[in-house]
Write a protein that binds this ligand. Structure first.
Ligand SMILES: Cc1cc2c(cc1C)N(C[C@H](O)[C@H](O)[C@H](O)COP(=O)(O)O)c1[nH]c(=O)[nH]c(=O)c1N2
Length: 229
């Protein structure tokens, strides 16, 4: 007997309707990096799972899905992470020219202790063996994939009324030691999560005079690189 032909499952690719489109753009445009506005109440487990499913639906090179998500709820562990941040942030301040240093020091750049949940997102370069479809000529593709997962989570969180703040001012060795992450695993993001009642309309760094949004037109080139005039 001949085997039944297998048809791939397809879904319609029609554009979303007007409200659905508006919802997608609303999430993109109103998403913010949150440092200070976190409410202390814990996020329900089913909500956290929805965010993680959104992250896990991200594209990845060779479909390798290199990510892991380390959920950090323990105040003791978060306190250790905050101390690591504080040390790194002191070093960071010294790197800026003196006229920027005071403004830098005045910025709030983390919500590690205030947010009830932190998620450390990591990348396992060995997840799909040594030779990965699409990573053959650029080893960073697995990390790029992991960043796609972070962005999915960030947008889903916006839709759920959950604020997310990315903290990257750490010595990597500190985060590794605090969470027991092996050497071969890459640490991609420390995210702080919690409910928020309000969000800045514009990036906080713009509001506080650190740096403004660039005109999009200046960033688009046609048919090749163009040096700034
Ligand atoms: C890879 C990476 C790393 C960091 C960030 C982002 C990304 C993508 N951002 C957040 C960043 O400051 C913010 O996204 C921009 O200022 C734009 O603001 P909105 O995200 O639009 O609110 C960030 N913010 C912060 O307060 N402390 C930090 O250490 C970091 N690190």
């Amino acid at each position: 007997m001949r085997p039944e032909p297998v048809f791939p499952a397809l879904q319609p690719a029609a554009p979303f309707d007007r409200c659905e489109r508006a919802a997608v753009y609303k999430a993109i445009e109103t998403r913010r990096d949150v440092r200070d506005q976190f409410r202390p109440d814990p996020l329900p487990d089913d909500l956290v799972m929805r965010l993680l499913r959104a992250a896990h639906a991200a594209p990845s090179v060779g479909f390798m899905q290199p990510w892991n998500f380390i959920l950090v709820r323990s105040p003791t562990v978060r306190e250790r992470a905050w101390q690591a941040f504080s040390r790194a942030n002191e070093d960071a301040a010294a790197l800026f020219p003196p006229e920027r240093r005071d403004l830098y020091r005045s910025l709030k750049l983390e919500g590690i202790r205030k947010a009830p949940l932190s998620i450390c997102v990591t990348c396992d370069p060995d997840r799909a063996g040594p030779v990965v479809l699409g990573r053959t000529h650029n080893p960073r593709m697995d990390v790029y994939s992991t960043v796609c997962a972070v962005q999915n989570l960030w947008l889903a969180a916006r839709a759920e009324g959950v604020g997310v703040g990315w903290v990257s001012i750490f010595e990597e060795t500190d985060v590794r030691a605090i969470l027991g992450i092996p050497e071969r695993i890459e640490i991609v993001a420390w995210l702080c999560l919690g409910y928020v009642d309000e969000l800045y309309c514009d990036p906080e760094l713009a509001v506080k005079g650190w740096r403004q949004r660039l005109p999009l037109e200046d960033l688009i080139f046609e048919d090749g690189w163009r040096d700034n005039p």
